[in-house]
Ligand binder design. Structure first.
Ligand code: DHK
Length: 145
């Protein structure tokens, strides 16, 4: 039976492909969703995609995942660096969590070097561009067995 995973994207990732393409590339979030959906089909996973610019909405979605998903891939955007509340929500989720950053946050401003979400994530992917989502899904499939 297919296993449901949530793929969450935080603030400004709705602008993927348009904002700072020299950093985030030219692929859109719809492109990422299409590629991820195709990969999930080969791995027996059913992805559900969510993007929000609002911290509370992301927290509500993570709480929903407690009943509705076996694993989470999350790119929290800038909330990675600021949100203890997002960390707390993920700590209330039992399944594996993989954190994705499209850019290499360690090569950028120092305020991007720390992520609260990394304290919870089984794995952290940074700097692989949008391929990072595919790597994250592969890892979730492995962890879910
Ligand atoms: C995306 C963002 O929007 C930034 O705020 C993070 C992350 C990095 C990314 O690389 O995907 O600092």
């Amino acid at each position: 039976m297919p296993r449901t995973i949530f793929i969450l994207n935080g603030p400004n990732l709705n602008l993927l492909g348009q904002r700072q393409p020299e950093i985030y590339g030219r692929e859109t979030l719809a492109d990422v969703e299409a590629a991820t959906t195709a990969l999930c089909a080969t791995l027996g996973l059913t992805p559900r995609f969510f993007q929000s610019n609002h911290e509370g909405v992301l927290i509500d979605t993570i709480q929903e995942a407690r009943q509705a998903a076996e694993g989470i891939v999350i790119n929290p955007g800038a909330l990675s660096h600021t949100s203890v509340a997002l960390l707390d929500a993920l700590n209330a989720f039992d399944g594996p969590v993989i954190e994705v950053h499209i850019s290499n946050i360690h090569k950028r401003e120092s305020f991007r070097h720390h992520s609260y979400v990394s304290l919870r994530a089984e794995g952290v992917i940074a700097g692989l561009g949008t391929e990072g989502y595919l790597a994250a899904v592969r890892r979730l499939a492995t962890l879910l067995g």
